[in-house]
Design a binder for this molecule. Structure first.
Ligand SMILES: Nc1ncnc2c1ncn2[C@@H]1O[C@H](COP(=O)(O)OP(=O)(O)OP(=O)(O)O)[C@@H](O)[C@H]1O
Ligand SMILES: [Mg+2]
Length: 248
């Protein structure tokens, strides 16, 4: 039986007096599209789209609206190294299910280093804060190893997890490990929202995929997703592809 979603949908609220807000992030088509509401899959929802299409902006707003730290981490993380995250989170409404997540985590490959430093500086009274991350300092592991340690040791049942480009840290083999871990956690009642460019990370079958582009947000099938089609045509006819790409 499918566990009920922690966050069932997300909607962009109108500004004061119903006015449209201008500039970043309001005018990104993917954000505009939230006006009509975006349904989230109870297991896995993917956000795909070109660089700059708004995936991280949306994920960050979801994370903050759900109580997590904008730069990564769980609801308990209280660090901030920059103030560049948008105020979008204040203008979105999360439609929550009846269940509450037991735990949560916003995992961003790009800011894992900062989250690791924060963890190391936490006071040790009341137990080693690293114990739930596999016991070793995340700084003393490679980027991919520390990313996996968080997924394998810190993530647990009934969690709400937001991942931003896990493939930025992981080898191809470990993208498969990541999929396997997503599966275990989904079976244990967890919900994921994942921004990715990787056809492997994107492959979890019980999922909804939304493509962000200049038209907004559109649901697509795995086979029709750009990262999949492009990788397939590249690997299927590499020489022909390269001939065309590199022709004078
Ligand atoms: N703090 C900011 N202020 C102004 N514009 C921003 C800010 N952060 C991002 N943008 C712009 O908003 C757009 C969406 O950025 P975002 O990081 O959400 O894209 P993305 O889909 O996650 O891209 P990528 O695949 O490269 O990670 C980009 O054009 C970016 O330049
Ligand atoms: Mg991004």
């Amino acid at each position: 039986m499918t566990a009920e979603a922690f966050v069932r949908s997300v909607q962009l609220l109108s500004g004061e007096n119903g006015q449209r807000q201008v500039g970043y992030p309001w005018e990104l088509p993917a954000i505009e599209a939230l006006r009509s509401g975006l349904e989230l899959h109870p297991k896995v929802t993917y956000l795909i789209g070109e660089n700059g299409s708004g995936k991280s902006t949306l994920l960050e707003a979801l994370a903050v609206a759900a109580g997590m730290n904008a730069e990564g981490g769980s609801s308990n993380f209280a660090f901030s190294t920059r103030d560049s995250h948008s105020l979008l989170w204040r203008s979105i409404r999360l439609v929550r299910g009846a269940r509450r997540p037991r735990t949560d985590f916003f995992l961003r490959a790009e800011s894992l280093f900062t989250a690791a430093t924060y963890l190391e500086r936490l006071p040790r009274e009341g137990g080693d804060p690293l114990a739930s991350y596999g016991g070793d300092s995340l700084h003393e592991q490679s980027h991919g190893e520390s990313f996996l340690a968080v997924m394998l040791s810190r993530f647990g049942r009934d969690g709400l997890y937001l991942l931003d480009e896990p493939e930025a840290a992981l080898s191809t083999q470990n993208c498969l490990t990541c999929l396997r871990r997503i599966h275990e956690l989904v079976l244990d009642g967890s919900q994921f929202i994942i921004a990715t460019h990787s056809p492997i990370v994107l492959a979890y079958p019980q999922a909804t995929i939304y493509n962000c582009d200049e038209h907004g947000l559109e649901q697509v099938a795995y086979e029709d997703a750009d990262p999949v089609r492009l990788m397939q045509s590249f690997l299927g006819a590499r020489e022909r592809f390269l001939d065309r790409l590199l022709s004078d």
